[in-house]
Design a protein around this ligand. Structure first.
Ligand code: SF4
Length: 156
């Protein structure tokens, strides 16, 4: 669920573009209905008027669900230290990953997605039952260090 409100949204769009190829990490499918989403990416500043919308969309998403706060504005309000701008969305919805920067590069967002996948794999969801099968316990391919072409992989 992309919740892009300002300039960070442009970087979010760039992350989904072909140059960065988010599909390598299984996260390229963006849905615009909360019923089909398990990850909300808040990109850009959120104003107080927008806050009820953000919270409503978050509540409409099914569990398990996660949130990435992208950029300084979403995480802290950024330079907009005013009464109208939310000084960090984690005051109102739970955030799993923070991406620093103004704006963050697409590579940073991709790293946050990988870190979140890692976190979910280690901690499981709120029930965790879907992670109990042995197949699910295997590290995702994106998280396994692949040998560089032309180099002999070092074995422990
Ligand atoms: S963090 Fe910077 S780039 Fe992102 S929304 Fe705020 S001002 Fe714009």
């Amino acid at each position: 669920m992309p919740f892009a409100t300002a300039c960070c949204g442009i970087e979010l769009m760039a992350t989904g573009a072909s140059k960065h190829d988010l599909a390598r990490f299984g996260a390229e499918v963006m849905r615009f209905t909360p019923r089909q989403c398990d990850l909300m990416i808040v990109a850009g500043r959120v104003v107080m008027k927008m806050l009820p919308v953000l919270q409503r969309i978050w509540q409409q998403m099914h569990e398990p669900k996660w949130c990435i706060s992208m950029g300084a504005c979403a995480s802290t309000g950024g330079v907009f230290d005013t009464y109208a701008v939310v000084q960090g969305i984690d005051r109102f919805i739970p955030v799993d990953m923070y991406v620093p920067g103004c704006p963050p590069r697409p590579e940073q967002l991709i790293q946050a997605i990988i870190d979140l996948q890692d976190k979910i794999q280690n901690e499981g969801t709120i029930y965790g039952s879907e992670f109990k099968t042995s197949q699910r316990q295997q590290p995702k391919r994106a998280l396994v260090e692949l040998p560089i072409i032309g180099q002999v992989p070092v074995r422990a």
